[in-house]
Design a protein around this ligand. Structure first.
Ligand code: KIV
Length: 307
C-alpha cells in the first residue's frame, strides 16, 4: 500500500515554548528583520525569533542612533515582517519615548503594536524603573522582553555605545535589575554588551531565557542584527559580530555584473523579452511575476449568494 509522506509543519514558536528552553536548550536564535523578504529568508533558515528592532533607525534609515524611530515606523515594519513570518515568534521594539513617559502611554503604544503591527510581544529597554510597566503590560496579555546592559535608547546618557557593567557596582545593578524584570513578568531578556562573566551571573540568577548580543557564550540565546549576520557592512564590524556570509560583497559583485551587462547591451536579450503583438482579444501574456490577483477572478453570482 502506498503511503503519502507526511511533512510535519514545524511548531509555532510561542512564549511558553521559549521559556521552556531556559537552561535545557536548544539555545534560542534571534535575528532582526525589517521587511517581508528578509523575514521569509530567516524563517527558511529556521530562526526562532524575529525582532523588528529600533536598530532599523540606523541600518535602514541611516541615522546615527535609534532615537528618531517612531511608533508608526515600528508598526509599518512589523506589518511587513509579519507577512513573511509563520513559525518564528515576532517581537517589536518599543521606540524611544513610547513608554518612558508612563505606564498608560506604554499600554497604548504596545497595544497598537499588537493590533496594527502584528507583533506577538514587545521589547523595552531598562530595569527597575520599568517594573510596573512590565507588570501592567503582561497583565494586559502583552508579553514583554526586557533589555539590559547597553541600552541604545540611552546612548547619550551612557556616553556612547560602550560596554556596560564593567565595575562591581554596575554589574550588581544589572543583576538586580534582571531579577526585578523577571519578577515583574518578562518572558526573556536581551543582555547587550556586558562582560561574559556578568552575563553568566545574570543567566544563572533569573528563571527566564537571556538573549545575548556582545555578552559572550553563557546566555540562553543569541541575537544579531540581520545585516551583520549576513556581512552587509564592509566598513564596520563590532567585536561581537560574526559574519555567517559575505552577502555585501555578493551584492556589490552582482550589481557590477548587472551594470556592465547593461552598459554593453548584453542584458536584456530576446530571452527576457515578450513576443510580438497578438491578435485583438488574445489573452495578455503573463509577465512571470507573482500574481496579485487570483488566476480566475471570482464571478459575480446572483445577489446574496456566497462566491
Ligand atoms: O534594535 C535592535 O536591533 C536590538 C537588538 C540589537 C537587540 O535591540
Amino acid at each position: 500500500m502506498l503511503r503519502s509522506a507526511v511533512v510535519a509543519t514545524p511548531a509555532k514558536v510561542t512564549v511558553p515554548a521559549l521559556r521552556a528552553r531556559k537552561g535545557k536548550g536548544p539555545k534560542i536564535s534571534v535575528v532582526t528583520a525589517y521587511d517581508v523578504t528578509f523575514a521569509r529568508l530567516f524563517e527558511q533558515g529556521g530562526v526562532d525569533v524575529l525582532l523588528v528592532g529600533d536598530s532599523l533607525g540606523m541600518v535602514v534609515q541611516g541615522q546615527p542612533t535609534t532615537l528618531a524611530v517612531t511608533l508608526d515606523e515600528i508598526i509599518y515594519h512589523g506589518r511587513a515582517v509579519a507577512r513573511g513570518t509563520e513559525r518564528a515568534h515576532l517581537v517589536g521594539d518599543m521606540p524611544f519615548m513610547s513608554y518612558q513617559t508612563g505606564v498608560v502611554p506604554a499600554l497604548e503604544a504596545a497595544g497598537r503594536m499588537m493590533k496594527e503591527g502584528g507583533f506577538e510581544a514587545v521589547k523595552l529597554e531598562g530595569g527597575e524603573i520599568y517594573a510596573e510597566h512590565v507588570h501592567r503590560l503582561v497583565n494586559a496579555g502583552i508579553p514583554v522582553m526586557g533589555h539590559l546592559g547597553l541600552l541604545p535608547q540611552s546612548v547619550h546618557a551612557m556616553g556612547g555605545f560602550k560596554v556596560q557593567g564593567t565595575n562591581a557596582a554596575a554589574a550588581d545593578k544589572i543583576v538586580a535589575d534582571a531579577k526585578i524584570l523577571a519578577e515583574a513578568g518578562v518572558y526573556a531578556m536581551v543582555l547587550e554588551a556586558i562582560p561574559a562573566e556578568l552575563a553568566r551571573r545574570v543567566t544563572e540568577a533569573v528563571s527566564v531565557p537571556t538573549i545575548g548580543i556582545g555578552a559572550g557564550p553563557h546566555c540562553d540565546g543569541q541575537v544579531l542584527v540581520g545585516y551583520d549576520l549576513l556581512g552587509m557592512y564592509s566598513e564596520f564590524k563590532p567585536k561581537f559580530v560574526k559574519r555567517f556570509a559575505e552577502a555585501g560583497k555578493l551584492i556589490v559583485e552582482a550589481t557590477r555584473a548587472y551594470v556592465s551587462e547593461v552598459e554593453r547591451g548584453e542584458f536584456p536579450t530576446l530571452a527576457h523579452a515578450f513576443g510580438a503583438p497578438k491578435e485583438l482579444g488574445a489573452p495578455a501574456e503573463q509577465t512571470g511575476a507573482k500574481p496579485v490577483v487570483p488566476a480566475t477572478p471570482p464571478g459575480y453570482g446572483p445577489a446574496g449568494e456566497e462566491p
